[in-house]
Design a protein around this ligand. Structure first.
Ligand SMILES: [Zn+2]
Length: 392
């Protein structure tokens, strides 16, 4: 946990001891559409000290986020097949989950609120929590969402879902969780906490080799820490977290020093998605054509989340079709010259010596984890990653 989180410790404890009970009023009717208000007649007797003993802090460092959740929800935190989940705690009466959500192209709370309303038609409210703006959505029947942005501009959504509406105990827990969200930087020292999974960087082999002869290692996709963004033409693109961070640095560098405005056309593609493309092409054009034009599922470097396809804007005009992109060798030369500084290599320089037989793809770059390795690879004859790996 970051040190500054402890900074508000004293204030937070003081608030915990004195402020929370006083703030708790007669509960609002959570279901605006129902005249037989589920909570209207319920008197809350919170016994706050006792209840607080049952809570732990859910922390997510990369988000700079923490909240209090009932302890019983942390005993078996679930991380299901959905890679976007960073935490899910669930029992018979209540669930809490934290998920990644698509990044907005102009990441601020107002843009986020607009996007949410457009997507799900719900009214949103921007809540200021200690200088940080969260977007809140109240659903009928008591469910509540908070959308928040990380420093990187990734959007996350927190779901608090009560299943048992008329239970004052459940009501109290929901209220307590909501209150704690505004204590983001105030995790009391020594308090028990559970770390949201998936947000800490995993040990990834950034030198992983995927080509026509080398398949994606087993279990790779399950371990992949992905972030998603929306590019300038409105497509959602997902990429491995560290690679994406490095890409943002490359993008800023190119804009500032070369005046080139790059964007991501494509990055992570799942094996399942690649299979779908293969099936579609086989059905439409026959197996021979499909095999020639589509990478075999399991053998595309895009499965790693570390391969990115770039496009760029020239004089405000998007150049993103491959046949147009190849018309700008001078622009690519300037882009390629800056790749290694940010840990990227050019993967398909158009070499045909038998080891790499992909055609020239100036847009396809690959993250290898460090500038040091990238510089070594880019210094190899024809930038051969295969040769560099063999020589290690
Ligand atoms: Zn590619």
């Amino acid at each position: 946990m970051k040190k500054r989180i402890y900074a508000g410790l004293a204030i937070c404890l003081l608030l915990l001891l004195t402020g929370c009970e006083a703030k708790e009023k007669q509960p609002d009717n959570l279901d605006n559409t129902d005249a037989t208000a589920p909570f209207e007649a319920v008197t809350i007797t919170p016994e706050p000290e006792e209840r607080r003993l049952e809570t732990v802090w859910l922390c997510a460092d990369t988000l700079d986020f923490a909240m209090q959740i009932p302890k019983e929800l942390t005993t078996e935190p679930k991380k299901e097949g959905n890679l976007n989940y960073v935490f899910e705690g669930i029992n018979d009466s209540l669930s809490v989950s934290l998920q990644r959500w698509d990044q907005v192209s102009k990441p601020d709370a107002a843009a986020l609120a607009e996007l949410i309303t457009r997507n799900n038609g719900q009214k949103t409210e921007i809540v200021n929590c200690g200088g940080r703006e969260l977007v809140k959505v109240d659903w009928p029947h008591g469910e509540v969402n908070y959308y928040l942005l990380s420093e990187d501009g990734d959007a996350y959504v927190l779901w608090i879902t009560p299943y048992v509406m008329r239970d004052p105990d459940v009501y109290w827990k929901v209220k307590q969780m909501e209150e704690s969200i505004c204590s983001i930087q105030n995790v009391p020292k020594g308090e028990e906490s559970v770390r949201a999974e998936g947000t800490s960087s995993k040990e990834l082999d950034y030198y992983v080799l995927i080509d026509k002869k080398h398949a994606l290692p087993e279990g790779w996709e399950e371990n992949l820490d992905l972030v998603s963004m929306v590019n300038s033409v409105g497509d959602t693109v997902r990429a491995e977290r560290t690679a994406y961070k490095a890409y943002l640095e490359l993008k800023a560098d190119l804009l500032e020093n070369e005046g080139i405005d790059v964007d991501l056309d494509s990055a992570y593609r799942s094996v399942a998605y690649q299979q779908e493309i293969m099936d579609r092409f086989t059905e439409k054009y026959g197996a021979a054509y499909a095999k020639r034009t589509v990478a075999t599922p399991g053998y595309s470097e895009h499965h790693t989340g570390l391969a990115l396809d770039l496009y760029f804007r020239l004089d405000g005009v998007e150049v993103y079709e491959n046949e147009d992109l190849v018309k700008y060798p001078e622009v690519w030369k300037r882009i390629h010259a800056r790749l290694a500084d940010h840990g990227f290599i050019l993967r398909y320089p158009g070499r045909t010596d038998g080891t790499v037989d992909y055609t020239y793809e100036p847009w396809h770059i690959r993250y290898v984890g460090s500038a040091e390795a990238a510089k070594e690879i880019m210094a190899m004859p024809a930038f051969s990653f295969e040769d560099w790996l063999a020589a290690r």
